[in-house]
Design a protein around this ligand. Structure first.
Ligand code: MG
Length: 249
């Protein structure tokens, strides 16, 4: 299904879903501690979603077994929460999606657990800021390629690599709608963005090379060279000027 231009009522529902998704992610990011099992984060996600009256979208999506993706260090995305214990010095990417009243929110953040090196802090900062660079380019009349190129340029000029095999996406009644929003590309190409479209932009960035491999569980995606990866995501609504971030708290 392709992303459609939302009515004001639909945008209001997207705001509600987005805000609730962001509330859960904030709670999760504040809960990450050394010694904790990643399954405990999944439990928190379920409990928070229940209290907000939402349905965690990832659960059962193409058979995904949990409500939350927890991807640590050299894991980029789609890590399945379980018995793994979070350690001091890990970087933990949390990706969460929630459906409320038929509309979706999707958002991700990477947090450092305790002290990490300045290089690792910089990886996280550049990934977060590249998301903002993409959002700044996501305006009515611009093209998808403008968003992609803005992210790629921001990341690569700072010495990091963007993951190319996984992308952002349209979002609305479905979590994943066309078009894809790659984190690399050429300005001036691709679909023209229009006011009222809602999309999820999600740069994944590594301090090594961008090639990936999928783990034995057929879900978790690793950097092929074992380098670290960070991931940030917001669901946004296209406006005449600056886009509205729907997954802000
Ligand atoms: Mg997403």
């Amino acid at each position: 299904m392709a992303v459609v231009i939302k009515s004001s009522r639909e945008l209001e529902l997207m705001r509600r879903a987005g805000r609730s998704t962001a509330v859960v992610l904030k709670k999760l990011s504040e809960s990450v501690k050394p010694g904790m099992k990643t399954s405990q984060l999944d439990e928190i996600a379920n409990e928070e979603a229940r209290m907000l009256g939402g349905r965690p979208t990832f659960k059962g999506y193409q058979g995904f077994p949990a409500s939350l993706c927890v991807s640590i260090n050299n894991e980029i995305v789609h890590g399945i929460p379980g018995e793994r214990v979070i350690q001091e010095g890990d970087i933990v990417s949390l990706d969460f999606g929630l459906e409320i009243d038929g509309f979706q929110g999707d958002t991700a953040v990477t947090v450092a657990v305790g002290a990490v090196s300045p290089e690792v802090t910089r990886l996280i900062d550049v990934t977060r800021d590249s998301l903002q660079a993409g959002i700044d380019a996501a305006r009515h009349g611009n093209r998808i390629g403008d968003v992609s190129a803005a992210i790629q340029e921001y990341v690569e000029t700072r010495g990091f690599s963007v993951i190319r095999e996984y992308t952002g996406h349209g979002i609305g009644r479905d979590m994943h709608e066309d078009p894809q929003i790659p984190n690399f590309g050429r300005a001036g190409t691709g679909l023209v963005l229009k006011k009222g479209m809602t999309i999820a932009i999600e740069p994944m960035v590594t301090n090594g090379r961008w090639l990936t491999r999928v783990g034995n569980d057929r879900w978790v995606v690793y950097t092929a060279d074992g380098s670290l990866a960070a991931h940030f995501e917001h669901t946004i609504a296209i406006c005449d000027g600056q886009a509205e971030i729907l997954t802000a708290v």
